[in-house]
Design a protein around this ligand. Structure first.
Ligand code: SF4
Ligand code: SF4
Length: 141
């Protein structure tokens, strides 16, 4: 490229608005179908474990608290998740969905990537039960 043409480009670009996004200072509304963090609603969960079996990344653990009472806790390993949404498709009871709001998942430690979903008291009981052998901090949904 000749120096004259280059200077012309340079001068023009000085007076144009940048085409780059100013993220993270300015954020666009995420697309409706963006696949962010997985969410679990235990209300209709049957405990069939299809989501777990079909997950190619071994990112889900369904822990049965009381099968008769249909009490479950879902442990989600976001750091293993490939965001493929297979688990969402596999669940016949629509207990799973992928958030289009929670997509900024970077963290400096590993702890926030293990998320527990379910009834608050069930999660606490589960964490208390494993506390002596596993003292690593975990995030709750
Ligand atoms: S989105 Fe894919 S990788 Fe992530 S938990 Fe579901 S099935 Fe597993
Ligand atoms: S596939 Fe759905 S109903 Fe079955 S265990 Fe997973 S979340 Fe529960």
């Amino acid at each position: 490229m000749k120096i004259g043409a280059m200077l012309g480009d340079l001068l023009r670009s000085l007076f144009r608005r940048p085409v780059t996004e100013r993220y993270p200072f300015v954020k666009r509304a995420p697309p409706e179908r963006l696949r962010g963090a997985l969410r679990y609603d235990p209300a209709n969960c049957s405990g069939c474990m299809l989501c777990m079996k079909d997950c190619p990344a071994n990112a889900l653990e369904l822990i049965t608290i009381d099968r008769k009472a249909k009490k479950f806790v879902m442990r989600y390993h976001a750091d293993r998740c490939t965001f493929c949404a297979q688990c969402v498709a596999s669940c016949r009871f629509k207990c799973l969905n992928m958030s289009n709001e929670q997509y900024e998942l970077a963290a400096l430690t590993k702890a926030p990537f293990t998320v527990h979903y379910g009834n608050e008291s069930d999660i606490q009981a589960l964490l208390d039960a494993v506390a002596p052998t596993n003292s690593a901090p975990t995030a709750k949904a």
